[in-house]
Design a protein around this ligand. Structure first.
Ligand SMILES: [Zn+2]
Length: 613
């Protein structure tokens, strides 16, 4: 049904030959391996020994290379795990003997070999975990499997990021391989057409459960790696839920932007990350048994990033680099609209969602939005910049670009639907963004404004000026009214599950890189902490006269506080050391109710029905 609608819309509204940023200008560009005669030729051999899972080795065979060159390890724009810290035994050999290695910077090495054929050898000594959960995208090894590859494993040749490479895996005989890298006729050898692909296609290895499914003939693989003696879960439900999410994404974009896709799910890990044509997802078996819907929500989010972030990318996200790339002003769209669509894909797929209805979901979002004054102080672009920036970029405020962007996307969706009499929606914006900004050219917020304008034929300049580039208060009812809805807000005491007032504990401690003392972070200047005069960045000298050494110790002290307690903090700031007493109080949060207006026009009724279907 939805697909048919899209098709009619495409024929009637899209210019017939609007191929925009088509990736290929000539058929020869579609040939898999293209190279410049001067480019180096690289083959990696990654070897794992299941008897010693503390490290793995990488051999990098390079031909066609100058006498002196640089190798580096890539910094991920959001999750720079700095695995250059774990490189050991880096050696350079040539047919003539040994070359020389100079470490120029933390993630950069200068190699002088004097030969155009060089072999680099190194080991990655994996960091040991101390009872904490692993992040699902980080390299790890265990006797029954692990995750390798990506920025955690491969050095690359600086200045030659378009050079293709092969990766051969030496792994235990009984282990399988799952990766987004291109398969070759050798089941243990894979191909990466560029360094970007090499480092954004992690390699999952081990003994796992594996399923294959096809949507529109495009192969998709689901792989689950479990810890030894893990309980069983409903694998058929997991597979079917993921299939439904994939189907809905295909209905939205009408095609897949990849040749095949791999869902890599793992026990014993949390968090998840998007990649070129795969996702790494932490899915502890207990979560799959007790709350599989939570796993679906996470998968829907990361999977949607395949389009929105990996393909449709902000202008700041360029080629890979060993230096941390600049912060992005566009994450309100990349993260916020991904939140918006993860929820929508789940609803369209009839999968259970946290908020039963779209209205309940909006209430939930607006409540969180109104609870923080940050959104009235900082623009969507500034909050985007701060989302992966250092603590303290927003001063005594805390904000989520995911939440902010989802709300802005939801409001733009109302505007587009209203302006086009329901013929168009944010779906059309996403397809147009994919067409225009999934190639070399990344987008700016201005480009999004232009795209929305093109789709709705309406003036969204004031909306962007006020809320994307500015921080003007949102008149929610102006937009909800378009769908015949009205919001009411009341401030209510924050209560625990058993109805008792909750103490205001909106403070935490953090450490700057290379500092061995703790600093304070305030998340709301109106909290009892902010009102008492504390500020984000204050250095903690003592709490109730006792020095505090770790963030965990600070958390313990804060968590033990009750309403009516008093706590004395001694803090240092450039002006000197001061003592601040804080009286712990309860606090209020907004309660949001969205209801239907009593008298509705046919247009409002139609808009609501379409929006809610
Ligand atoms: Zn995300």
């Amino acid at each position: 049904m939805r697909r048919k609608n899209f098709f009619v819309l495409l024929l009637s509204l899209m210019p017939v030959c609007s191929f925009a940023q088509h990736p290929f200008k000539h058929w020869t560009e579609a040939i898999e391996t293209r190279y410049d005669i001067k480019q180096p030729i690289i083959n990696y051999i990654l070897a794992i020994n299941s008897a010693d899972t503390s490290s793995f080795s990488v051999e990098m065979r390079i031909r066609n290379i100058p006498d002196t060159f640089y190798v580096a390890m890539v910094a991920h724009p959001e999750y720079d795990d700095q695995y250059w810290r774990y490189v050991e035994d880096l050696k350079v050999t040539t047919k003539k003997g040994k070359g020389e290695v100079f470490r120029k910077d933390s993630a950069l090495w200068k190699i002088t070999a004097g030969s155009n054929e060089v072999v680099l050898d190194y080991r990655i000594k994996l960091p040991s975990l101390h009872n904490e959960f692993r992040s699902a995208w980080k390299a790890f090894l265990s006797p029954t499997g692990g995750l390798v590859g990506g920025p955690h494993s491969f050095m690359y040749i600086v200045g030659a990021t378009l050079a293709p490479s092969y990766v051969t895996l030496h792994i235990p005989r009984s282990w399988e391989i799952a990766t987004g890298l291109t398969q070759t006729s050798d089941p243990k050898t894979f191909f990466a057409a560029s360094t970007n692909i090499l480092v954004d296609d992690p390699i999952f290895v081990g003994k796992f459960k594996s399923w294959l499914f096809k949507i529109d003939d495009v192969p998709h693989r689901l792989v689950y790696w479990s810890l030894p003696q893990a309980n069983e879960f409903d694998t058929a439900r997991l597979l079917s839920g993921i299939q439904k999410i994939v189907e809905q994404a295909e209905l939205l974009f009408e095609r897949f932007p990849y040749r095949d896709f791999t869902f890599m799910l793992q026990d014993g890990a949390l968090g998840s990350l998007e990649h070129n044509n795969s996702v790494t997802v932490g899915a502890p078996v207990n979560q799959l048994i007790n709350d599989m819907d939570e796993t679906f929500a996470e998968i829907a989010h990361e999977y949607f990033h395949t389009w929105n972030l990996v393909r449709i990318h902000p202008i700041e996200y360029g080629d890979i680099n060993y230096r941390t790339p600049p912060l992005s002003k566009g994450l309100w769209f990349s993260e916020g609209l991904t939140m918006f669509y993860a929820d929508l894909l789940m609803r369209r797929a009839s999968l259970p969602v946290f908020d039963s209805t779209r209205i309940a979901h909006l209430e939930h979002l607006v409540r969180r939005y109104l609870a923080s004054p940050a959104y009235l102080k900082y623009s969507a672009e500034t909050i985007s910049l701060a989302s992966y920036g250092p603590v303290g970029m927003l001063g005594d405020y805390s904000a989520s670009t995911h939440l902010h962007g989802e709300i802005l996307g939801a409001l733009l969706d109302f505007i587009i639907r209203d302006a086009t009499g329901g013929k168009r929606s944010m779906d059309d914006v996403m397809r147009q963004m994919m067409e225009n900004f999934s190639g070399e050219k990344g987008f700016t917020s201005k480009n999004i404004e232009e795209t929305v304008h093109k789709i709705c034929g309406c003036d969204v300049h004031p909306f962007f000026t006020d809320h994307i580039f500015g921080s003007k208060e949102i008149d929610f009812n102006k937009y909800f009214k378009l769908a015949g809805l009205q919001m009411n807000v009341a401030l209510k005491d924050m209560l625990s599950d058993d109805g008792k007032p909750v103490p205001d504990l909106r403070i935490y401690s953090w450490q700057k890189k290379n500092e061995d003392f703790l600093r304070i972070a305030i998340t709301n200047p109106q909290s009892c902490w902010g009102s008492a005069g504390l500020h984000t960045g204050d250095i903690i000298k003592s709490v109730n006269g006792t020095p505090i050494k770790t963030t965990n110790d600070f958390r313990q002290v804060i968590r033990s506080l009750k309403i009516g307690d008093s706590i004395a903090l001694e803090v240092e700031r450039p002006s000197g050391i001061i003592k601040i007493n804080v009286l712990i109080k309860g606090y209020q949060q907004p309660e949001v109710k969205i209801q239907h207006l009593s008298a509705l026009s046919q247009k409002q009724k139609n808009l609501f029905t379409q929006w809610n279907e």
